[in-house]
Design a protein around this ligand. Structure first.
Ligand code: PEP
Length: 257
């Protein structure tokens, strides 16, 4: 059965002292049992967060990693390094990595392979630009991102995959896909997985929505049948707003059965 997940992507925010302040507050919170909660601090704070949250049901996630297992890649971080500091999950293919660091589908497919070889879970991000949506090319683009980055993996590997649908036009802009738009795309993604693998795999994969999710819109988005939670940027930087989103499943107003 697929899991409900809320993952906070801190991006390049929060130094050690700020991370520590966040963790102190986070540890005072009561976490719902039916939601997997994740935070993705910067590389430099992963181990600190892992040690600090050892007794708490919060997973520590990396925002990126290199596709090679080791070698002459100055400034890069490997899967083995992440695992050694307590991180078993990694975000791959965030739109900022695709746009600013020129990570194309071939690189992302390699990163997925490296994560899986190292028994890590990959949160694989896909999403269209506004132009694609205006040209009504968004479904085709999502299909291509899925097939080029993910559809080479084995059936068994899907156990370690989470998909995050993040329309680029909604990331950090305050613009959110409507619950209907999110549901429509999530349903399409699930159907595409089913066509390329099996219904069972498609039904079991968690598909998160990301793009300006806030406390006041989370419950309606999470209430959609094929939305299994969120990848949260800006609103994950404050414990209060993050926890309101984590708890938004309880207030679901949508069509989940
Ligand atoms: C993100 O960075 O993945 C994201 C969804 O950001 P925001 O919530 O700030 O739009």
């Amino acid at each position: 059965m697929r899991k409900k997940i809320v993952a906070g992507n801190w991006k390049m925010n929060n130094d050690l002292a700020e991370t520590e302040m966040f963790l102190v507050e986070l540890k005072k919170q009561v976490f719902p049992e039916n939601v997997v909660v994740m935070i993705a601090p910067s590389f430099t704070n992963l181990n600190h967060a892992f040690r600090s949250l050892r007794e708490h049901p919060v997973k520590i996630v990396a925002q990126n990693m290199h596709q090679s297992n080791e070698g002459a890649f100055t400034g890069e971080i490997s899967a083995k390094m992440l695992k050694s500091v307590g991180t078993n999950t990694v975000i791959i293919g965030h739109s900022e990595r695709r746009a600013y660091f020129k990570e194309d589908s071939a690189i992302l497919a390699d990163k997925v392979n490296t994560a899986l070889e190292n028994e890590m879970t990959a949160i694989f991000c896909i999403g269209e630009e506004l132009e694609d949506r205006k040209k009504e090319n968004h479904f085709q683009l999502i299909k291509t991102q899925l097939s080029e980055g993910l559809f080479h993996i084995s059936d068994a590997a899907w156990e370690n995959i989470i998909i995050a649908y993040e329309p680029v036009w909604a990331i950090g802009t305050g613009e959110t896909a409507s619950p209907k738009q999110a549901q429509e795309m999530h349903k399409f993604i699930r159907k595409t997985v089913a066509e390329n693998y099996t219904e069972e795999i498609a039904n079991n994969v968690s598909i998160l929505y990301g793009g300006s999710v806030k406390p006041d819109n989370a419950s309606e988005i999470f209430g959609q049948e094929d939305v299994d939670g969120g990848l949260i940027g800006g609103a994950s930087l404050k414990v209060n707003s993050f926890m309101e989103i984590v708890n938004a499943f309880e207030k679901e107003t949508g069509n989940r059965t």
